[in-house]
Design a protein around this ligand. Structure first.
Ligand code: NAD
Length: 302
């Protein structure tokens, strides 16, 4: 194909690539010429145990198809080791796809601190550690592409997933600021909220839906985000089952009250339609735009 988007010469880390979405991302990148570190701890979907078989089998698949890959079995909590593996095997690092994940679903009144903490450690601290270790290499070479893996559960909430929702939306905030800090050095950071059949979803969705939500349907968007031709930065994308769409914040028209006198609860009640209605919405895209009405009100004075 003449316009094939390729990754020749690029080195990618895909965490949690021993199965599900990570495996699909790794296979796609490797099929387009990337050298891939296939990281996977190989534990259970609830975070227990470890096993090298998952990462090994994906490396075998990639090699059998003529690609280049190496396995790494560290937890993402040991992010520095994963980045070191990329440097040891392939001498550089260009792409990080933070994908590893587990679930500890339980309604909040039964949630233990361990359920909360383990989810935080794998999703948030793990993504931090891998990204933090890769960051100086990406900055110094003036090139990098990073993807965080969020979830609709974080964006919209989902029963029984308070811990997971916290972690997944935390990654969006993390990516928003990394996108600002990395931009000048051509290190671009985006986030996906995928939907796919995998061991994480097979217990909650019917089999016929799972069969039609192939992880392979998610990977092309993820791969585009980590390609050098993609200049999107700080974006959040819903992707799954053949649907692909970017999300953004929407803000109600809002109400502005003149400064210089105490505001009352009754004033808020009276203006509730403007404060909470989206008929005249705007879409602030950064902190400066977000602060605009406040600054205008400060300038207007009391
Ligand atoms: P999966 O269980 O098939 O894959 C996750 C992989 O991460 C597993 O192979 C697992 O061994 C690995 N892993 C777990 N803990 C690890 C650790 N500490 N270090 C290294 N590897 C570890 O599930 P999946 O559905 O492919 O999930 C991939 C990512 O997508 C996760 O972050 C998940 O939260 C997210 N996600 C998935 C869906 C979906 O519909 N499948 C929806 C929203 C978000």
């Amino acid at each position: 194909m003449a316009n094939e988007l390729r990754f020749d010469g690029r080195v990618a880390i895909v965490t949690g690539a021993g199965g599900g979405l990570g495996r699909a991302h790794a296979l796609l990148l490797a099929s387009r010429g990337a050298k891939v570190i296939v990281n996977d701890l190989g534990g259970s979907m609830h975070g227990g145990g470890k096993n090298s078989a998952a990462a090994d089998s994906v490396v075998e698949e990639i090699k059998a198809a003529g690609g280049e890959a190496a396995a790494n079995y560290d937890s993402v909590e040991e992010g520095g080791r994963i980045v070191q593996a990329a440097l040891d095997h392939f001498g550089r690092i260009d792409i990080v796809i933070n994908n590893a994940g587990i679930l500890r679903d339980v309604s909040f009144h039964k949630m233990t601190e361990e359920d909360w903490d383990l989810i935080y450690r794998v999703h948030v601290l793990g993504s931090f550690r891998v990204t933090h270790a890769a960051w100086p290499h990406l900055r110094d070479q003036g090139y990098g592409r990073i993807v965080m893996t969020a979830s609709a559960a974080g964006i919209y909430g989902n029963f029984g997933q308070a811990n997971y929702s916290m972690a997944k939306l935390g990654l969006v905030g993390f990516a928003n600021t990394l996108a600002l800090e990395g931009k000048k050095r051509n290190v671009l950071v985006n986030t996906i909220a995928p939907l796919a059949g995998s061991r994480l979803t097979e217990t909650v969705l019917p089999k016929e839906i799972i069969d039609n939500l192939k992880p392979d349907y998610v990977s092309p968007l993820c791969a585009y985000l980590v390609h050098e031709s993609c200049t999107d930065n700080g974006g959040l994308f819903e992707v799954g089952g053949g649907f692909f769409a970017k999300l953004r914040w929407e803000r109600a028209e809002g109400a502005t009250l003149r400064l210089g006198r105490p505001f009352t609860v009754e004033q808020i009640a009276a203006r509730w339609g403007e404060i909470s209605g989206f008929e005249k919405a705007s879409h602030p895209a950064n902190i400066a735009e977000s602060m605009q009405p406040v600054m205008t009100n400060l300038e207007a004075g009391p």
